[in-house]
Design a binder for this molecule. Sequence first.
Ligand code: HEM
Length: 512
Amino acid sequence: MASSGDRADKQRQLDEFRVDPRDSALTTDLGVRVDDTDNSLSVGERGPTIMDDFHFREKITHFDHERIPERVVHARGAGAYGHFRVYDDSLAEYTVAEFLRDPSVETEVFVRFSTVAGSRGSADTVRDVRGFATKFYTRQGNFDLVGNNMPVFFIQDGIKFPDFVHAVKPEPHNEIPQASSAHDTLWDFVQLQPETMHMMMWLMSDRALPRSFAMMQGFGVHTFRLVNAEGRGTFVKFHWKPELGTHSLDWDETQKIAGKDPDFNRRDLWESIEAGNYPEYELGVQLVPEADEHRFDFDLLDATKIIPEEEVPVRPVGRLVLDRNPENFFAETEQVAFCLGNVVPGIDFTNDPLLQARLFSYLDTQLIRLGGPNFTQLPVNRAVAPVRNHHRDAYHQTQIHQGRAAYHKNSLSGGCPAIGAGVDGDGVYRHYQERVDGTKIRKRSESFADHYSQATLFWNSMCDWEKEHIVSAFRFELGKVEHRHIREGVVEQLNHVDHDLATRVAEGIGVE
Ligand code: HEM
């Protein structure tokens, strides 16, 4: 069966890089046996340390350079390996992606869960969005589903992302507050950018306080496109549903846990896997035929909107099991590089302007975070699919390319890597042929203009105690905002969502 082969391929690949230092002699980086690593070489017992001590210099130099930049967002995370398999071949009519249409294929995955705003050492149980990023090592190349635990996002266009992140991160003058939504800059951004309102409702709900990574939903957020063998596209939204159900902590619990065990969520993930209680998630899809693109009262390209499940039900298609902890946090969880641009045949993008910005941003940031373009050669990032191209050299090149010709086309190095012969379903990536025609403008479609209806829908779908928690969260967070006009501005926005909500929040924060 193809399945075990795929898992084994990734395992074998990782095995090649494993280093077990037990029972071996201490050496320098170049294999010279070391006689003493506790005393530096000096002139006499009390004299100066001397430059001859190459072991001392190498040891300290390597240590001095151990840190790499943390991710600009989602710096704190925890990862695990696992496997994914579809239930049946029912998606074959929509996509040529083998891992989505062939139930005999088991695909190895690496998942990284994260918080967004805090630094690498911040606490797990803060009020925040959680990242849910999945790398599928498929036989057609790596596919990354880089999602969150909430189905919408704060902004509609990625060009606002630096503004949003500057507002949400600790304030620049004193780097306070660490990993908290309770500060003026965030709420200033919110009151001035009404498109944030739907996501802010999710953020102020208990969804922002997951009890466990294994009890949290995941969403691809954007509308993507599946493409079948005839080149026909179907819009798709991806959903992860946890087998254990979706559960949250209570606000008061999160505060106590953050003090007593800042690693609460990552410890739980690690220990569950060690104990054999493997977190499981079901992959679901919402499919929308292209003919229905304009059927909704919102725009499918607007990442601040969900497709209500009453209108398009979520169809369960496969199962993900996380069953192995990484062996080294830095090598695997820290060096993993997710990117929206990592797609395989049968999956394509849409013109969602948030998605389009992300296509640029991840690779760009990883070039600096991971030191140049060869990070795809790091064990956790390597594809199990064969890799052959004319990319050469650069920092941290680990491969010894053979032959004298590194260009296409050439007649010297035994020919060129084969280019797709043009047969559908042959494993070649072909971009979906979308007709695009228009004028260059900086203006968003009117179909993106409704910022409140789905925020109201969310509020109305809450029961009484859930509403109570949301009101308390707004009161707590806004209560810490120093500037009155910002508090008033947010209440004004909330009034567009629901009058009762706005009134209850206003009462708690001294705004009339
Ligand atoms: C990192 C999700 C929007 C830029 C991440 C990660 C996740 C994520 C899960 C962490 C990946 C990991 O674990 O390594 C999302 C979602 C978004 C969104 C669901 C909206 C739907 C954006 C936008 C931008 C952006 C609009 C920029 C235009 C970044 C950057 C990183 C990141 C630079 C750090 C990547 C790295 O250093 O490897 N995002 N994000 N994100 N995101 Fe986003």
